[in-house]
Design a protein around this ligand. Structure first.
Ligand code: AMP
Ligand code: MN
Ligand code: MN
Ligand code: MN
Length: 285
């Protein structure tokens, strides 16, 4: 019988709302056999998730979702099967977190100019782990009555062209793939349809990614439409990339995304867990 994979999910170590243990328990309830924990720029939830997965009899893939500045924009690269103790990866994480720290102060400064004081401490109050993300700012602004939903805060304050927007200054694609590979992991381009890239730019990204040793494209994502999945499957084939699937779950507050609730990978795809880069002992389908 084939196993059920969900290879992209967040916990309270970044901007998810379930602890790593709660996330694993929910994944099991939802019929997930193999779950990857992929917190933004952080691996501190992995130990707890591993323990919970062992206790509950599901397989946990240690992962991370790293922010990258590529061609003037931010893209996300998921690393799967990374060693969370790898020093090169941890150095990289420290650098990303230093930028997050600086950016949080800068976002708060800009929001203050717009009449919203105290957002730095407010956002930190919503963060349970080491990273402060825009999601934490959004939750704080909703709690303060500045908007009705997280989505609305992003639209009004936190995206490009809005008062609280600060451009990303993340690591390069080359650096991030180097950290993932140093940690023994394999790299996946996360939710490729979310970047709204032109076909030409997306092909350039995938070409560079493959050249740097990246192995998979997240063909199926909780945020992809059927058409987007089909298009990404075709691109994966063209660039000889394996296909990954992940819900990008952040917690029960977003009921339209659920752990393990994913479209099937198109038949033309090579599932990343069957690719030669996947640790062999765990690759049995
Ligand atoms: P950051 O890495 O701190 O810049 O935050 C990025 C995170 O914000 C993403 O991983 C999503 O969880 C969330 N996010 C980004 N855009 C939106 C949006 N338009 N609506 C809701 N959440 C968003
Ligand atoms: Mn997120
Ligand atoms: Mn992402
Ligand atoms: Mn994500």
């Amino acid at each position: 019988m084939s196993r059920h994979y969900d290879l992209h999910a967040h916990s309270t170590a970044s901007d998810g709302t379930l602890t790593p243990g709660e996330l694993v328990a929910r994944a099991r309830t939802r019929g997930v056999d193999v779950l990857a924990l992929t917190d933004h720029d952080d691996v501190s939830g992995i130990a707890e998730a591993m323990q919970a997965a062992e206790a509950q009899g599901i397989e946990l893939v240690p992962g991370i979702e790293l922010s990258v500045t590529w061609s003037g924009m931010t893209v996300h690269i998921v690393g799967l099967h990374v060693d969370p103790a790898c020093e090169r990866l941890l150095d990289g994480i420290r650098r990303q977190q230093a930028f997050r720290h600086w950016r949080a102060a800068e976002i708060a400064r800009r929001l203050e100019k717009k009449g919203i004081p105290g957002a730095a401490a407010g956002a930190r109050g919503f963060a349970n782990g080491p990273i402060v993300s825009r999601t934490h700012f959004a939750r704080y602004l909703v709690a303060q009555g500045h908007a009705d939903s997280v989505r609305e805060v992003f639209k009004r304050y936190l995206v490009r062209g809005k008062p609280g927007y600060v451009a990303g200054d993340w690591a390069s694609l080359e650096e991030v793939l180097d950290w993932i590979h140093a940690a023994g992991g394999l790299a996946v381009v996360a939710h490729p349809a979310r970047y709204r890239l032109t076909a030409t730019r997306l092909r350039r990204l995938l070409g560079e990614f493959r050249e740097l040793g990246g192995v998979a494209l997240e063909v199926v994502s909780g945020s992809h439409s059927r058409d987007e999945c089909r298009y990404m499957a075709e691109l994966a084939g063209r660039f000889e990339l394996a296909a990954s699937c992940g819900s990008d779950y952040h917690g029960p507050e977003q009921p339209y995304v659920e752990l393990g609730r994913l479209q099937a990978l198109p038949a033309s795809c090579l599932p990343v867990w069957q690719s030669p880069a996947w640790p062999a002992a765990r690759g049995a389908a």
